[in-house]
Design a protein around this ligand. Structure first.
Ligand code: NAD
Length: 499
């Protein structure tokens, strides 16, 4: 079986660590390839390479760096189907969804193409008499990215295009569950004209990650994954003096007011809860119905819609709505939550257990699942399931709904469905959540805005991409310069002032 190695110094290199993990095709359950789990020395070698490349890449003009990004954008567009096929064969999401992922990643590349404008800095003429001050945005050095399984193309593309366009070099550590796409992106970057060593991919697990968190040459670490690991990444890398942004897990609530348009609610919720088998950090996993009538109608409508859903192989011609989960372990974890929900007293309305797709009996499928009468304190409410399981929570008022959202430990995304502008506005002000949709179920910001949650969904002050992305991958240097104003001053021993 083929073993996927690393991409260092502009080429694929085999690993000799002796450690490997198997990558499965989640649709069939078959082994697809093995991925190397790199050693400490191999990870250090990638950092050394990126460190060497920084000396020259940081001096390339922003315009020339942007031109590499323009070319990279063209190449990713040209290879979208190929990349999406890789994603579907290792992650399991349906082909159209995989293409959508590549497109969302490309939006960040398009944002990075504008880097000459974004790096202009600030200038004050006559900050004092004859004194000018200017701040310039300098690259950090070698930056590291550590990404999760659920967006093997988009999440790395939240990170490296901006980092590289800002003049940094990069070491990417993808998820070991679906590692092929980042290596292919590295090849396309090289084809786009990126000098060797600027972007490196190291496959591995905790051993490689720990090197990235502690090596003195790494200046900044971007992480996306589950909350316990995000917290570990944040505390360890911060303790080693690095700038860190660590995005964690989520439990996203959709609040449904009595005046919401029912058809819009149901169609939005179907995609938001079950799209990509619920393996999205912005998936809606809790529908908070304000009033019993809202809940009764929603449960009935969802039950009908779920029965019409197509679940199947992501590459099949009839384009299913949902594919399998990423691994057997993850599918078992989700099934465990469904059993837990039943034993905790929630009403199981649609049961996704024992779900088999004909022809793919060994695939990691879990059917769309719906629970009603879910309450805080139940594990299916309190914890992130990250699968196709939607919980209905019934509340009596808008205030109770807001209280519920704000009491939850996560604060990644949320949505409110209503036709009342005042209610919507109050919600956007009161909800302690980083990204909010008004009649928009998955409010993922565009690349020119920032992406990030609040509370235990994000550790660190700066969000991904948008203005925060540029801030994260640069540091400010402020220069204060005095120029002769026509009078030659004598020696001045007083405390300098600018007035
Ligand atoms: P994960 O935390 O298990 O893994 C993420 C990365 O961390 C992987 O590269 C993995 O190799 C590495 N890792 C795992 N264990 C580690 C350890 N002990 N020490 C060091 N590194 C370790 O996450 P996952 O299962 O791949 O992804 C799903 C999670 O990601 C969900 O919780 C989801 O909500 C979250 N996520 C969040 C966002 C967001 O924007 N907030 C986006 C996508 C995914």
């Amino acid at each position: 079986m083929m073993t996927l190695g690393n991409f260092i110094d502009g080429r694929r290199v085999a690993s000799n660590s002796g450690r490997k993990a198997v990558v499965f095709n989640p649709t069939t359950g078959n082994e697809r390839l093995e991925v190397a789990l790199s050693s400490t020395d191999e990870t250090r070698a990638a950092i050394a390479n990126a460190s060497e490349a920084f000396a020259s890449w940081s001096k390339v003009t922003p315009l020339s760096r942007a031109r590499v990004m323009f070319k990279f954008k063209e190449l990713v567009e040209k290879h979208t189907d190929e990349l999406a096929e890789l994603i579907t064969s290792e992650h399991g999401k349906v082909f159209s969804d995989a293409k959508g992922e590549v497109t969302r990643g490309l939006e960040v590349v398009e944002f990075a193409c504008g880097i000459p404008h974004l790096l202009k800095g600030e200038h004050s003429l006559n900050a004092g008499r004859g004194v000018d001050s200017y701040s310039q945005m300098m690259p950090m050095g070698v930056c590291a990215g550590i990404s999760p399984f659920n967006f093997p193309a988009m999440v790395p593309m939240w990170m490296f295009p901006i980092a590289i366009a800002c003049g940094n070099t990069f070491v990417m550590k993808p998820s070991e569950k679906d590692p092929s796409t980042p290596i292919r992106l590295a090849e396309l970057l090289k084809e786009a004209g990126l000098p060797d060593g600027v972007f490196n991919v190291v496959n591995g697990d905790k051993e490689s990650v720990d090197v990235l968190l502690t090596d003195d040459r790494i200046q900044a670490v971007s992480f996306v994954g589950s909350t316990p690991i995000a917290e570990y990444i944040y505390s360890t890398a911060s303790a080693h003096g690095k700038r860190v942004q660590a995005l964690g897990g989520a439990k996203n609530h959709m609040v449904i007011m009595p005046d919401a348009e029912p058809n819009q609610v149901v169609s939005s919720l179907m995609g938001a809860a079950y799209g990509s088998a619920g393996e999205r950090c912005m998936a809606i996993s809790v529908a908070v119905c304000v009033g019993e009538a809202v809940a009764d109608k929603l449960v009935s409508d969802l039950t009908t819609e779920i029965s019409a859903m197509k679940v199947g192989a992501g590459m099949s011609a009839d384009e299913p709505n949902m594919g399998p989960l990423v691994t057997r372990e993850h599918a078992d974890k989700v099934l465990g939550y469904i059993n837990q929900g039943i034993s905790e007293g929630a009403s199981l309305v649609v049961d996704g257990r024992d779900f088999v797709v004909a022809g793919y009996e060994n695939g990691y499928f879990v059917g769309p699942t719906l629970f009603d009468h879910v309450k805080p304190g139940m594990r299916i409410y309190d914890e992130e399931i990250f699968g196709p399981v939607l919980s209905i929570v019934r509340v009596a008022s808008f205030e109770e709904a807001v209280g519920l959202v704000n009491a939850h430990e996560y604060g990644n995304g949320t949505a409110i469905f209503t036709r009342d502008g005042d209610t919507a506005r109050q919600y956007t002000e009161m909800a302690q959540v980083g990204m909010i949709g008004v009649n928009v179920p998955i409010p993922v910001p565009m690349a020119f805005h920032c992406f990030g949650g609040w509370k235990r969904s994000l550790f660190g002050p700066l969000h991904m991409h948008g203005p925060d992305g540029v801030r994260f991958y640069t540091r400010i240097k402020t220069i204060t310069a005095r120029w002769p104003t026509g009078l030659r001053a004598g020696a001045d021993f007083s405390m300098p002032t600018m007035s």
